[in-house]
Design a protein around this ligand. Structure first.
Ligand SMILES: [Zn+2]
Length: 254
């Protein structure tokens, strides 16, 4: 694992812990280099401080904040545009710069639905996809560092069966008929990572985001779960692997 690099790109402080915290902690313990880019919230805000503590717990280095505003919280970056409103090329370039600087083997971000539909998450997915593809081309963003090709991109996703089986425990009721549920069909998941041994670390990193817990953000729903159900949810992280620049293949493989 020595030298292997994992770069996780997220929308908000707390997502690194919620969606990829187990993966980051596991790979850091196994000797990999790990880092997190966070697209919204500016340095000097309470949540930037919480991010710093979370990254410390996960062993993922210093915050790499792009400093744009959260779609729904102008106070996240006073005077800065919303990440959603920044010209696409500018946003892609900011992520390209981090990819070229950190030189990850693997990049992590959310799937096309942003794991559960938050517009900032969906946007981060699109920007990261474009940045991973652009980072290797010396013709693109030539002033933003030496080209670098990550080997693969892993998109954090939730299998539909997990959503359905935990819905009642998390929300206290069954989904409404016709309600749009998060998650992807189970057979779209390519990688199920057992992070059970790192569940406590992930939970501790989530708790570093104290202001989110205090305002009753969605992760507080997990606090109310029976310990066994919570450990089960925290102990696994799911991904869809896309992109591959490994050994040449002579055919498309399913
Ligand atoms: Zn988020």
């Amino acid at each position: 694992m020595a030298g292997f690099g994992v770069l996780s790109v997220h929308a908000h402080p707390d997502d690194e812990a919620i969606w990829t915290g187990g993966t980051l902690a596991r790979y850091a313990d196994e000797g990999a280099r790990t880092a997190v880019v966070t697209c919204t919230w500016a340095e000097g805000t309470v949540r930037a401080g919480e991010l710093e503590r979370s990254l410390d717990i996960l062993g993922a280095g210093e915050p790499r904040l792009l400093g744009y505003a959260d779609a729904r919280k102008p106070e996240s970056a006073p005077g800065a545009p919303r990440f959603l409103d920044v010209p696409f090329d500018e946003a892609v370039g900011r992520v390209v710069r981090h990819i070229r600087e950190f030189r990850p083997d693997v990049v992590l971000t959310y799937d096309g639905y942003g794991a559960y539909g938050h517009p900032d998450h969906v946007h981060v997915h699109r920007v990261t996809l474009a940045a991973v593809e652009a980072a290797g081309y010396d013709q693109l963003y030539p002033d933003l560092g030496e080209p670098w090709w990550p080997r693969a991109l892993y998109l954090a996703a939730i299998p539909r069966s997990v959503v359905v089986s935990h819905w009642r425990a998390v929300f206290g009721a069954d989904p409404e008929p016709g309600q749009t549920l998060p998650g992807v069909p189970d057979d779209r998941i390519t990688t199920t990572l057992d992070v059970g041994r790192w569940g406590e670390r992930k939970w501790a990193a989530m708790h570093a985001h104290q202001s989110e817990l205090e305002r009753g953000a969605s992760m507080t729903l997990l606090t109310g779960l029976p310990e066994q159900a919570r450990a089960q949810l925290l102990g696994t992280e799911w991904y869809r692997r896309v992109g591959h620049t490994g050994p040449a293949e002579t055919a498309l493989t399913a």
